[in-house]
Design a protein around this ligand. Structure first.
Ligand SMILES: NC(=O)c1ccc[n+]([C@@H]2O[C@H](COP(=O)([O-])OP(=O)(O)OC[C@H]3O[C@@H](n4cnc5c(N)ncnc54)[C@H](O)[C@@H]3O)[C@@H](O)[C@H]2O)c1
Length: 198
């Protein structure tokens, strides 16, 4: 059985790594110390997501560990000797673009799996949805309203936030050159439908 260690495993994208590799039948070890709660207070608590993973994932073991604890991390890696490491433990940036591209977590981890199967050394790739999967915040609000039939409560602030990009579209030429057969399988509308179905 293949083994993965995913850090930030109770967070937004780390938990999707757990679900993706668990479904493939891998032995999944998650590392998360709920640091998000320290950053953002009770609203940032990720315990609910950890409990969801514990209920739904079949081969998941959680480790309450700070990734800055070098000895603890070394001991974990020596004990479990993972085939793959996905590192998602981080404080997310609050900078957002007014328009940006989006990639479904399935496609993020399908690309990670491809890299695992055919790794390139010292390779760094952007993973994004490209122009076809890009949307502005205002368009996204409109699409959510269309799909749910509900009016969202929105406040429009004229002043843009410090650090915000006007537009952000990932440059995926390197990834395409090395993995030309990798396609984006979930469109922007698939993502909206999945979000609004939940
Ligand atoms: N969410 C996205 O769409 C997205 C897209 C691209 C990149 N990213 C990047 O991925 C990373 C994770 O983003 P996210 O949205 O999943 O954030 P998140 O806050 O939902 O998850 C991060 C997780 O890491 C954990 N964590 C933080 N510091 C830790 C530490 N020292 N030890 C152990 N666990 C720790 C937190 O408790 C949390 O559960 C960030 O760097 C973010 O910028 C996110």
């Amino acid at each position: 059985m293949k083994r993965i260690i995913a850090t930030g495993s109770s967070g937004l994208i780390g938990s999707e790594a757990v679900a993706f590799f668990d479904q493939l039948g891998w032995d999944v070890h998650g590392v998360d110390n709920n640091m998000r709660r320290s950053f953002f207070g009770p609203d940032g608590d990720t315990t609910w997501n950890l409990e969801l993973l514990r209920r739904e994932a079949r081969h998941f073991t959680h480790h309450d560990l700070d990734v800055r604890d070098g000895e603890g991390v070394s001991a974990l890696f020596k004990r479990h000797r993972p085939d793959l490491i996905i590192h998602c433990a981080a404080q997310p940036s609050h900078d957002l673009a007014a328009r940006r591209d989006n990639l479904h977590s399935y496609d993020v981890y399908a690309a990670s799996l491809e890299f695992y199967r055919a790794p390139r050394s010292v390779a760094v790739y952007n993973l994004g949805g490209g122009r076809a999967n890009s949307v502005s915040i205002l368009e996204a609000i409109e699409r959510c309203q269309d799909l749910t039939g509900k009016t969202l409560t929105v406040e429009y602030v004229e002043t843009s936030r410090l650090g915000d990009h006007i537009t952000y579209i990932s440059d995926m030429r390197r990834r395409r050159a090395d993995y030309p057969h990798l396609e984006i399988t979930r469109s922007l509308d698939d993502i909206f439908r999945e979000l609004t179905d939940r």
